[in-house]
Write a protein that binds this ligand. Structure first.
Ligand code: SF4
Length: 287
């Protein structure tokens, strides 16, 4: 595995308008993400810092002035715009390792908590570091905190989500958030191909999520666009022919239909609510 390159930068702006359904604005305190998930769709962001797709996961640019920018931009927002939902983050993990030192996400949350930002503040991470900020998250008027969990098997999370905390640790974090009075959601995306042939594994994942206090899940079918495969294919080539074949099949409508059916049954079994009322498939919207 390559050494991570960490650099500091001055960003021009921070709070960006979003075209993600149900999200008005996004805040990405970092450019790049050292968690290096093989399936990451955000690798295109490298173009902002002249980094090629294949380098995604090997660099992080820290937006050193992010807290100052957040303060300036939040102060300029009208009352009606402040009703908007802000997602932290859409193309990076706001609690990846440099956050321990730089505390940029924490600084932004502190601003939002101090001003009692009236809209929803949605957090999405794979990192247990989010529990450090429970004090701020519980003082926000509308917090919505979620962890991405794609499997219960640490071995799978290790090869697919290279530097992210293991799946078991994320399930523990969800429990910790629940115990702190935050009702966390889970993002089960991408929905891994093997669930189509081993539904008992998704059954187990839903069971563990429900046990951890999760009531709502977002789900996405796997997105295998060409630029994503640029990083995914070399990782898959180290796996068995059966695993590789499962990812080929995952491109088909038949596969997605089968998973939709399994998901529908298991949501009912575990009393989980599916946000957007469907397993989202991004290829439907974009080329
Ligand atoms: S944590 Fe999210 S942004 Fe970071 S590499 Fe993984 S999928 Fe991409």
């Amino acid at each position: 595995m390559k050494k991570i390159r960490l650099a500091e930068m001055e960003a021009k702006t921070l709070i960006q308008k979003s075209n993600i359904p149900s999200i008005d604005y996004v805040i990405n305190p970092y450019t790049g993400c050292m968690l290096a998930c093989a399936y990451c769709y955000a690798s295109f962001m490298g173009r902002l810092v002249a980094e090629p797709v294949k380098e995604w996961g090997n660099y992080v640019y820290v937006k050193k002035n992010a807290i100052a920018l957040a303060e300036k931009e939040l102060n300029k927002m009208s009352e009606s715009k402040r009703q908007g939902t802000i997602l932290i983050s859409s193309v990076t993990d706001p609690y990846q390792h440099p956050e321990k030192k730089y505390q940029i996400t924490r600084g932004i949350l502190k601003l939002l908590a101090d001003m009692q930002y009236p809209g929803t503040i949605k957090i999405l991470t794979k990192s247990s570091l989010v529990t450090r900020d429970i004090d701020l998250l519980t003082t926000l008027p509308k917090p919505d905190v979620g962890m991405t969990v794609t499997t219960t098997e640490d071995e799978i999370s290790r090869w697919l989500e290279v530097r992210a905390p293991a799946a078991s640790q994320r399930l523990e974090t969800l429990e910790e958030l629940s115990l702190a009075g935050i009702k966390p959601f889970a993002f089960v995306g991408p929905l891994l191909p093997h669930f189509a042939t081993s539904p008992e594994k998704l059954d187990k994942l839903f069971g563990r999520l429900a046990d951890a206090g999760v009531q709502e899940v977002y789900m996405e079918h796997i997105n295998l666009k060409r630029y994503i495969c640029e990083r995914m294919t070399p990782v898959l080539s180290t796996k068995s022919a059966a695993v590789q074949q499962a990812y080929v099949k995952a491109r088909t409508q038949e596969h997605r239909d089968r998973l939709d059916e399994i998901v529908g049954q298991l949501l009912i079994k575990h009393g989980l609510k599916l946000r957007f009322e469907e397993v989202v498939y991004h290829d439907k919207f974009k080329k």
